[in-house]
Design a protein. Structure first.
Length: 716
């Protein structure tokens, strides 16, 4: 019992000892905290004039950069120093336009000494700043000079978002917060920046560092690393690296920018583009979708080198600027494509969502120099070779292609193409002389019209007209869609001689093409119509095309004078016993299938687009369809006529005149062993109304009928 009591007394003494120690420690901390808050209260009320500071901050910003300022709470703490909350700087001299240059949730100014007569700021922290710059070069210089003059040792931006534009084009659009740190050290300003932990997988990360000479802002060096970086956050910079406008891509790589004391710039790096999407001006209607490649770049004051590569191609572009009274560009392009198919499949047709069906190999080198002579502005030299070319689509077939393009001194061009068009041998040869002049637009920019003199020959061993029908049908469909769009949207007509295709290419074009087809077949299984000869000439603002079948005398002619506001256009077609195997037309559900056609057709109009050409067209033609078979009996049944009357081949003749939106058919004649009909027809509402009279079998009479929607027929 006594031993237990002694043990209890010892524990009580030990507990009291620890209790007194804890109470003493708590009292000490309480005194420290009390002194801390007391000192902070003293400094805030007696040492730091918060009201005056608010006035100083707003007036300084107004005087230094000439912008309106709105400031929330101004506070002070020993740990953080001077605190500004909800700082907003307008882009203008007031807030009437509601456009902000800088918006910061919290700014802290850490003081180097709390008791000196003139406290110095050694660090400034910006928390969640949002900075918007737009054509503010003077402001950027002012901010940099002000930062240098303040002698602040360190400035840190936490979770920063920046929108930076030049001439309404987005240079940077940082949607994710960045941390940026400026530190003065050994006469230099060191910069560090990142947007998070770099090594995290599948994360969009950027990090970098740099130095800026404090005595000379033009002497600096920066380096940058990035991975999985979306091009949308720096569209102008990414497009500059790529060398052309790019819609979207994901970038990984590194780069550096160094400017020497002499002001010489060196920008270099290595970047990988993934899932790149962009348009190509030379291929309107197509978009490159999902291209992956690498680029090594080196930019110097007077020279830029871009080296693109992937598993399938290599492309190198070198641009050099020759300094003088007027800066002149020298460009050299070298490329090699081992397989066109993986690349061409990424060229997506916006209308069909299909890739280019192009296969083959390509290699070449082109040099383009600006001469300074406005009448002979470009000097071009080079060679391009294509092998194993193949294009297979529903509209066109070309395979076993080989091509060689050479451009020699004096811009003399020679081109040869050999291959099989729709599985038949074909050769194309061209020689040309090219000259580009330089002209100034009304807005002060330049364009380069081409003056060309070209002679070409195209020889095809066999040509089957039916093979070209899908291309014609596609052109017809696109034409009708264009006409419909112009009607619905009331798109105004554009003067042709103001269009780029005229000003850049056609205005000074001299082109002469000779065509020879050894054997021409109207359709598969038909007899040969012999040779087909043709020509295409473009000269002095005129276009003339002619095709001739010497064996039968059938011929086609197209002519136009396009060097005017609204070009005139004429089309003539003469067919003499031309073999035919397609439905000629559909009348009230009856297809008319002639075996041969005699036709004398003329079309004349004027306009700068398809809609105007059709609206103002004048069409006249006389047709004679021989050995016509009739498929479909609806009309015959409604007229209560014997079906056997249309079993014999029919000869159909008529003359048609089209003016504006109306058609007039005259001299209509249908004859066969059992039919002898005459008549006429007219179309004023979009549907023909026919009037015929004569003998069908042993019955004589007259009949009137009209077409309705869906090719149905109404007997009157």
């Amino acid at each position: 019992m006594r031993a237990n009591l002694s043990q209890f007394q010892n524990l009580t003494r030990l507990y009291k000892k620890h209790l007194f120690s804890s109470l003493a420690l708590a009292a000490f901390f309480f005194v420290v905290v009390l002194c801390y808050f007391g000192l902070e209260y003293f400094l805030k009320t007696k040492k730091v004039p918060l009201v005056a500071i608010r006035s100083i901050v707003t007036s300084t910003i107004n005087q230094k950069i000439g912008k309106a300022v709105d400031l929330g709470v101004v506070d002070f703490s020993i740990r953080e120093g001077l605190i500004l909350e909800d700082l907003v700087i307008s882009r203008e001299e007031d807030f009437s336009f509601n456009t902000n240059l800088l918006k910061v949730k919290r700014v802290t100014f850490h003081l180097s000494s709390l008791f000196s007569s003139i406290p110095q700021i050694d660090r400034i922290d910006f928390f969640s700043p949002q900075l918007t710059l737009n054509n503010d070069e003077a402001l950027e210089k002012t901010l940099l000079e002000y930062f240098k003059s303040t002698k602040v040792k360190e400035v840190v931006f936490h979770d920063t978002r920046v929108s930076f534009k030049k001439e309404d084009m987005s240079v940077l659009e940082w949607k994710e917060g960045w941390d940026i740190r400026f530190l003065r050290k050994n006469g230099k300003i060191e910069v560090e920046y990142d947007n998070g932990i770099y090594w995290l997988p599948n994360a969009t990360r950027v990090k970098g560092e740099g130095t800026l000479a404090e005595a000379d802002a033009n002497h600096f060096k920066f380096s940058l690393q990035w991975k999985n970086y979306p091009s949308e956050e720096a569209p102008l910079l990414v497009s500059y690296l790529f060398g052309s406008s790019i819609q979207s891509a994901v970038l990984s790589g590194n780069g550096s920018w160094e400017r020497s004391e002499k002001g010489e710039d060196i920008i270099k790096g290595d970047v990988e583009f993934e899932n790149s999407n962009f348009l190509i001006s030379q291929l309107p209607g197509y978009v490159v979708n999902g291209l992956r490649f690498q680029e090594k770049f080196l930019f110097q004051d007077n020279k830029e080198t871009r080296d693109y590569s992937s598993l399938d191609f290599q492309l190198k572009i070198e641009d050099e600027i020759l300094k003088g009274k007027e800066n002149l560009l020298k460009r050299k392009i070298d490329f090699k494509v081992d397989d066109l198919e993986p690349i061409s499949s990424l060229f997506i047709d916006l209308a069909t969502s299909e890739g280019l069906p192009l296969v083959g190999k390509a290699r070449g080198s082109i040099e383009i120099d600006e001469t300074g002579d406005k009448n002979k502005w470009f000097k071009v030299r080079g060679a391009i070779a294509l092998e194993d070319l193949e294009w297979q689509s529903e509209r066109f077939s070309f395979r076993n292609g080989v091509s060689q393009l050479n451009i020699a001194e004096g811009n003399t061009v020679s081109l040869t193409v050999k291959g099989e068009v729709f599985d038949k041998p074909a050769n194309f040869d061209l020689s040309s002389n090219l000259e580009w002049s330089r002209s100034k637009k009304t807005d002060g920019t330049y364009y380069y019209p081409l003056n060309s003199k070209t002679k070409a020959t195209l020889q095809i061993h066999e040509l089957l007209a039916k093979n070209w029908a899908p291309m014609y049908d596609a052109w017809k469909k696109e034409t009708l869609e264009d006409i419909k769009e112009r009607q619905e949207k009331l798109i105004p007509e554009e003067y042709f001689y103001q269009k780029k295709i005229y000003k850049y290419f056609l205005e000074a074009m001299n082109f002469d093409l000779t065509l020879l087809v050894n054997h021409y077949f109207p359709y598969e299984g038909s007899a040969s119509s012999g040779e087909l000869k043709g020509s295409l000439t473009i000269k002095d603002g005129r276009w003339n095309t002619s095709l001739l079948l010497p064996k039968t005398g059938s011929k086609l002619g197209i002519s136009s004078y396009f060097a005017t506001k609204t070009p005139n256009f004429s089309f003539t077609l003469f067919l003499n016993e031309y073999p035919w195997n397609r439905p000629w037309t559909d009348v009230c559900g009856m297809n008319l299938l002639p075996e041969s056609v005699n036709l004398d057709y003329s079309f004349a109009s004027q306009g700068s687009d398809y809609y105007t050409l059709v609206k103002d067209s004048r069409i006249n033609y006389t047709a004679k369809l021989e050995r016509v078979k009739v498929v479909g009996k609806e009309l015959w049944t409604k007229l209560n006529l014997p079906e056997k009357a249309i079993q014999d081949p029919i000869t159909l003749e008529f003359t048609l005149d089209h003016y504006f939106d109306m058609d007039y058919m005259r001299n209509l004649s249908l004859t066969s062993a059992s039919i002898d009909l005459k008549g006429y027809a007219q179309n004023k509402t979009g549907y023909f109304v026919y009037n015929v009279y004569g003998l069908i079998g042993e019955a004589r009479g007259s009949w009137t009928f009209s077409e309705e929607e869906n090719k149905r027929c109404q007997v009157k």
